[in-house]
Write a protein that binds this ligand. Structure first.
Ligand SMILES: [Zn+2]
Length: 410
C-alpha cells in the first residue's frame, strides 16, 4: 500500500514537470532502500536492494566476484555471467537479494580489510555493494540504508542517521547513490567530537585499543589546517580501527578511514599515517597512469606539513623530516610508476615541497601548493603528471617545464 502511494506521488511529480515545460530528466527521482543483515554465525551479510519509483533505471549492472557474492535472486530478471550480474528491474519496481562473505584478505599473507566475528564487524560499504552501473534513464536516487545487527550492537558509518534508524545515503557526484566508506558494527568503544566544523566519530571494537583520545588530541591540533586546504568537505567523518587480524596499515574511504590499532599517530620519519589517510579522504583523488606519485606524495607531504603548520613540529624538525624522506626516496629511481610504494611516496613528498616553495616564490607568496590541491579536487578527473603540471603552471603563472624535467623527468 505504502509503495503504491509513493509510486503515485512520483508520477504526479513527473506530470507536473512536463506541464511546466521543464523536461530535465535529472529532477525526477526514485527510491532505493538498501537493507543489510549481518549474520556472524555464517560469516555473512544478507543484502536486499529495493528499487521503486517511475523514474528508476531499467537495470543494474553489478561487478561481483563469484567467490564472494552468491545467491543472486529477485523480482524481474537476474542473470550472471562470471563477474557481471545484470538485474532487469520490473516496471512496477522490485527487490534484488544476495549474500556476501564478509571476511576479506587485503593481499596474500597480509591482514584482513573486512571481518565479521560474533562481537563485531568491520568493512566498507563497497564490500557489500560492489561497483554498480545503471542502464536506462539517469535520474537522482533517494537512497537509505538499514543495518540489521545482533542485539546490543552499535553502528558507526559516514552517514547521518534519521530518527527512524535508517542512514541517509546522498552522494552529490552520483545519480545512483550507493553506501560506500568504512563502517563498524558491534560492541564498540566510541569517542565523538566536533572539530573544525566536522563531526568526528572515532570507534573500535571493545578490547581493541585504537588510542581514541590520542587521535582526538592530534586532530584538534591539525584538522583546522586540513579544512583550510580543502574546505569542500562533508560535515561528518568516521574513523574506525581494530587490532590483529586486521590489516596493519591505514586505508581511506569516502568521509572515513580505517587505521590499525597499533599504528603510531606520527611515524619515525615525521609523517602521520592518520593525517595521510585523512588527506586522501578529503581530496578523493584518483591516480591516472603516471599520477600515483602525486596522489601518494600529496598525502605524505601534507601529513607532515599539517604538523608544521599547527606548530606541532618546529621548522627545524620539519626540515629534518624532509631530509629523512629524501633519503628514503633515493631507493625510488622512477616517480612515473603505476603504483607508488613507500619510497616513491617519500620522493614525491620532497618534490611537492620543492614545488610549493617554487610557486610561493613565483607569486610573491600569493599562491602555494594548496591552490593546486584545491584545483585538483574540483577537477575530479584522474590525476596524471601532465594534468598536474598544467594546473601547477596556471597557479604559478609561469612555465614549470624545467622544474618538472629536473625533479620528475618529464
Ligand atoms: Zn596513501
Amino acid at each position: 500500500m505504502f509503495r503504491l502511494a509513493r509510486r503515485g506521488a512520483a508520477v504526479v511529480l513527473a506530470l507536473g514537470l512536463v506541464l511546466a515545460g521543464a523536461p530535465s530528466a535529472a529532477t525526477s527521482s526514485y527510491q532505493v532502500h538498501y537493507r543489510v543483515e549481518l549474520v556472524p554465525a555464517d560469516g555473512l551479510a544478507r543484502v536486499a536492494i529495493t528499487i521503486d519509483g517511475a523514474a528508476r533505471p531499467d537495470a543494474l549492472l553489478i561487478r561481483a566476484d563469484p567467490d564472494r557474492y552468491r545467491g543472486f535472486a529477485g523480482d524481474g530478471e537476474v542473470t550472471r555471467n562470471g563477474e557481471q550480474v545484470v538485474w532487469k528491474i520490473p516496471p512496477s519496481g522490485g527487490q534484488l537479494r544476495y549474500d556476501v562473505r564478509v571476511e576479506h584478505r587485503r593481499a596474500k599473507k597480509k591482514g584482513l580489510d573486512a571481518e565479521i566475528t560474533d562481537r563485531w564487524a568491520l568493512f566498507r560499504g563497497e564490500d557489500l555493494f560492489p561497483p554498480t552501473a545503471t542502464d536506462g534513464p539517469e535520474n537522482e536516487a533517494v537512497a537509505d540504508l538499514e543495518l540489521v545487527v545482533p542485539d546490543g550492537w552499535s553502528l558507526i558509518t559516514p552517514y547521518p542517521r534519521r530518527k527512524s534508524g535508517l542512514f541517509e545515503i546522498e552522494q552529490p557526484h552520483r545519480f545512483h547513490d550507493r553506501p560506500t566508506g568504512w563502517m563498524l558494527a558491534g560492541h564498540l568503544a566510541i569517542t565523538r567530537e566536533t572539530i573544525a566544523g566536522v563531526k568526528v566519530a572515532i570507534a573500535n571494537p571493545v578490547g581493541h585499543d585504537l588510542h581514541r583520545l590520542d587521535i582526538l588530541a592530534l586532530l584538534r591540533w591539525t584538522l583546522a589546517e586540513l579544512v583550510q586546504v580543502l574546505p569542500n568537505h562533508g560535515d561528518r567523518f568516521a574513523i574506525v580501527g581494530a587490532a590483529d587480524p586486521m590489516w596493519r596499515g591505514g586505508l581511506s574511504g569516502p568521509f572515513s578511514l580505517y587505521l590499525h590499532a597499533d599504528r603510531p599517530l606520527i611515524d619515525r620519519d615525521g609523517t602521520s599515517p592518520i593525517l595521510h589517510e585523512m588527506m586522501h579522504a578529503f581530496m578523493h583523488a584518483r591516480a591516472g597512469a603516471d599520477g600515483d606519485w602525486i596522489v601518494e606524495g600529496l598525502a605524505e607531504y601534507y601529513s607532515l606539513a599539517f604538523l608544521r603548520r599547527s606548530n606541532t613540529f618546529t621548522q627545524r624538525r620539519y626540515e629534518r623530516s624532509l631530509d629523512k624522506l629524501a633519503k628514503k626516496g633515493k631507493s625510488a629511481p622512477d616517480l612515473l610508476v603505476p603504483r607508488a610504494n613507500a619510497a616513491v611516496a617519500a620522493r614525491g613528498a620532497v618534490v611537492l615541497a620543492a614545488l610549493d616553495a617554487r610557486i610561493r616564490k613565483e607569486t610573491d607568496g600569493d599562491k602555494s601548493l594548496d591552490d593546486v590541491v584545491r584545483a585538483l579536487e574540483k577537477d575530479r578527473a584522474a590525476v596524471t603528471t601532465a594534468r598536474f603540471r598544467e594546473i601547477a603552471e596556471s597557479v604559478a603563472g609561469v612555465s614549470l617545464a624545467e622544474f618538472f624535467q629536473e625533479y620528475v623527468g618529464r
